[in-house]
Design a protein around this ligand. Structure first.
Ligand code: SF4
Length: 237
């Protein structure tokens, strides 16, 4: 099967346990105000490549990602190309590789759920904690994300929860309490990661002749983000 891939990262260390081979897939239904990768939005962009070619690239890196690491499918939104993603995940399983799916949980069909369930770990970016903020800053719906979470819960999928912290938008303790409320009943949360908003993507937006909606917002202070993350971890116990 052929799909659209934006790029590969052969020795990632941020997107899942251990050393990761990361496949960034093309296409995303959201338009997050802080998106760092607007060049992944268009489903037809990037390069056309077959799952066999992707798996051959992954195979070359097995000595570096084993043991303890694995393959992460990211984007864009990897569940936009659910069939392609599923075939890569099955191929990785056949190679006995740990797999993680980096998703916003914003696409929801039966095929998407079955695809996500093939991954060993879900990295779920819960972008905003109220429906109003979610719609305003991403164009998507928090309700869809919560339904996706419920489907993953039924399949007992381990979850790493992530959120980008943006000054003045979701950096109050109240926002962290709301995030806690959303995840507290999910029994398989293994890790929470709050990430500071920054503006390293400005040049990309300029090159694409797109306005960056948060240009006037200052970068998040790492100490503030660390504090909020410790608060969330404390709440989760
Ligand atoms: S989900 Fe990711 S790729 Fe899509 S718009 Fe949001 S930040 Fe960008």
């Amino acid at each position: 099967m052929t799909g659209q891939v934006h790029s590969f990262q052969s020795m990632g260390t941020l997107d899942g346990p251990g050393v990761r081979f990361v496949v960034f897939l093309q296409g995303c239904p959201l338009r997050c105000a802080y998106c760092h990768n607007p060049d992944t939005w268009e489903p037809g962009g990037g390069m056309a490549i077959t799952t066999d070619e992707v798996l051959a690239r992954i195979s070359r890196f097995i000595p570096y990602i084993q043991p303890g690491g694995g393959v992460t499918l990211s984007g864009g939104e990897p569940l936009v190309q659910a069939g392609f993603t599923a075939e890569i995940l099955r191929g990785c399983k056949a190679l006995n590789l740990h797999t993680a799916l980096d998703t916003s949980g914003s696409v929801l069909t039966a095929e998407v759920i079955e695809t996500a369930a093939l991954a060993d770990l879900i990295l779920l970016d819960i972008k905003f904690t109220t429906e109003e903020d979610y719609r305003h800053y991403t164009g998507g719906s928090l309700q869809t994300v919560l339904k996706f979470m419920q489907a993953m819960r039924e399949r007992r999928k381990p979850l790493w929860v992530r959120q980008v912290i943006v000054p003045g938008i979701n950096d109050a303790e109240e926002h962290i309490r709301q995030l806690y409320e959303l995840i507290k009943d999910y029994p398989f949360v293994q890790k929470v990661e709050l990430l500071p908003f920054h503006k390293l993507c400005l040049e990309k937006y300029q090159a694409l002749k797109l306005p960056f909606p948060l240009e006037q917002v200052p970068a998040a202070r790492p100490e503030r983000v660390k504090y909020l993350e410790s608060l969330l971890k404390h709440m989760l116990g």
